[in-house]
Design a protein. Structure first.
Length: 285
């Protein structure tokens, strides 16, 4: 069943800073505590990442465009490495929410959200133009990803942004979400994505990061989850249920502990089972 099936392996990159965000020194931002709930600068901005370990394995990458993390210098160096490794580059846009790493919904109108998305597509395209490449796909980040996946109004804004910017862009959708049907009906190329290293609930949604089983910590579990989703067989959820959640693209986060080891073992296991690795924008529907 899996013989010669093409799937994509990906990660999310450029989620750090070289330049001071909004001109505010990083040491100042790290010391801030925001009322009324005493929020501090999100820890994922400074988590240890193994981006370079994943580059020889992945076929596609989702690059942060500056509104939840990343900056022009980080984007440039990230894109330079991706191009040299032959990795397909796509945008990883978010709500404008640097302090909270894009984890909060920012209230915007439909037209404003379209502009927020186009702004980020253009930022990445500006960097990519130095290398003679273009933005191939879009995968939204954090709170925006869930809104686009499950809220019609947000999905409509993304569809409009894609149609304005480049109708050939691929939308990387959360597997099984309502946005898959909406985007396809609008003529957008869609690839459904599963997470290699995140736990799922019985409704087919990844569980919050504060859940005890939010992250898979064993290589064999990562392999089993990807194989189950790629082959369309039962995916085991965090409560022991089994669901069908087929996907063709699989994200392994670069800040997941042991992500480099997981990636190498995953690639070997997939190739042994007859899967081919292919950049997501090149996957057939």
């Amino acid at each position: 069943m899996t013989q010669n099936l093409a799937i994509d392996l990906s990660t999310e990159l450029a989620e750090r800073f070289t330049l001071p965000p909004a001109g505010i020194p990083l040491q100042v931002i790290h010391s801030l505590v925001l009322p009324p709930d005493d929020r501090t600068f999100h820890p994922r901005h400074s988590m240890v990442r193994v981006d370079d370990d994943l580059l020889p394995v992945i076929s596609s990458a989702h690059v942060a465009c500056g509104l939840h993390s990343g900056d022009p210098v980080v984007m440039y160096h990230t894109v330079d490495k991706l191009v040299r490794h032959g990795v397909q580059v796509g945008a990883h846009p978010s709500y404008p929410d640097v302090f909270d790493f894009g984890q909060r919904r920012i209230e915007v109108t439909h037209d404003e959200l379209v502009s927020v998305l186009l702004y980020q597509f253009g930022a990445l395209q500006g960097v990519l133009s130095q290398f003679g490449h273009k933005v191939q796909h879009v995968k939204c980040h954090g709170a925006l990803a869930f809104d686009v996946a499950y809220e019609d109004w947000a999905c409509a804004a993304l569809i409009q942004a894609i149609q304005h910017f480049d109708p050939t862009m691929t939308y990387v959708a959360m597997a099984g979400s309502p946005s898959v049907t909406l985007a396809k009906s609008a003529g957008v190329h869609v690839v459904e994505e599963g997470f290699a290293d995140r736990g799922y609930d019985r409704c087919g949604r990844i569980v919050p990061r504060n859940h005890p089983n939010a992250l898979l910590t064993d290589a064999s579990a990562v392999v089993a989850q990807v194989v189950a989703m790629a082959s369309g067989t039962g995916l085991v959820t965090v409560d022991g249920s089994t669901i069908d959640l087929p996907a063709r693209s699989f994200c392994l986060h670069s800040d997941t502990p042991s992500a480099g080891k997981f990636a190498r073992q995953l690639l070997a296991a997939l190739q042994t089972r007859g899967f081919r690795i292919k950049a997501l924008a090149d996957l057939d529907d």
